[in-house]
Design a protein around this ligand. Structure first.
Ligand SMILES: [Zn+2]
Length: 229
């Protein structure tokens, strides 16, 4: 009985911790988790730019006339600034994903401020002056100060409504199938044009899946929107 009670308590504590760190949790401040417009979907990419996948993804978006949001990693922007410039020039929204891509939920405020500030500066430098208005934490992990520090930099924190585990490379068809099954009007889709740990990591499946993801949404009468300011 006591054992069961303790197990129950542990489960509740586990849930609370998970809920607190969850990307869409309001415990550590508000996050954008859905679009106000129920007739549109927002396509977002994390961890780029990537030298092979990002140009292909930009080609698809241009051909299809779709505007997306890129949560750029400062460390990768420093390496391939011309790709960040291209995102901006082609009308896409640039968001901050920090600089180092370490999980932030156990880091102190000094570390978090430094990581977010460096990420912002790299994006501004690479893009020719675009100041990001949104921030997404690596893995969505936050703490009491992450969202407040982002806000002090003029950035709203963003979660996502659907992740399709494209970073595990299950095959382009499977990525497109998961997106088609899970997306609804108002959804924010998380995809990866880069790899937060390996700067040259393979994200070609995501690029390959993108045309069918867009085609499926169009066939259902849904449009595309960037994130609200
Ligand atoms: Zn990431």
């Amino acid at each position: 009985m006591i054992g069961a009670g303790l197990a129950g308590l542990a489960a509740v504590a586990g849930l609370a911790a998970h809920g607190t760190w969850h990307r869409n949790s309001f415990v550590f401040g508000p996050a954008i988790t859905r679009l106000p417009d129920q007739r549109a979907v927002s396509i977002t990419f994390d961890d780029g730019p990537n030298p092979r996948a990002t140009p292909l993804i930009l080609d698809v978006l241009k051909r299809e006339g779709v505007t997306a949001t890129f949560f750029v990693l400062g460390r990768h922007a420093d390496r391939w600034p011309e790709l960040v410039r291209r995102m901006a020039d082609e009308g896409h929204q640039l968001g901050n994903h920090g600089y180092w891509h370490r999980k932030l939920h156990r880091r102190g405020p000094g570390y978090v401020r430094d990581d977010l500030t460096r990420g912002t500066e790299s994006i501004e430098r690479a893009s020719g002056g675009v100041r990001p208005r949104h921030f997404r934490a690596p893995h969505g992990f936050r703490s009491p100060w992450v969202t407040a520090i982002a806000r002090s930099l003029g950035q709203r924190t963003v979660g996502w409504s659907l992740g399709v585990w494209d970073s595990a490379r299950p095959g382009a068809e499977e990525i497109a199938r998961r997106a088609a099954t899970g997306l609804r009007g108002g959804s924010i889709l998380l995809l990866h044009d880069g790899d937060g740990y390996d700067a040259e990591g393979d994200r070609l499946q995501t690029a390959e899946a993108l045309p069918s993801i867009i085609e499926n949404l169009r066939a259902r009468g849904l449009g595309f929107a960037t994130l609200p300011d």
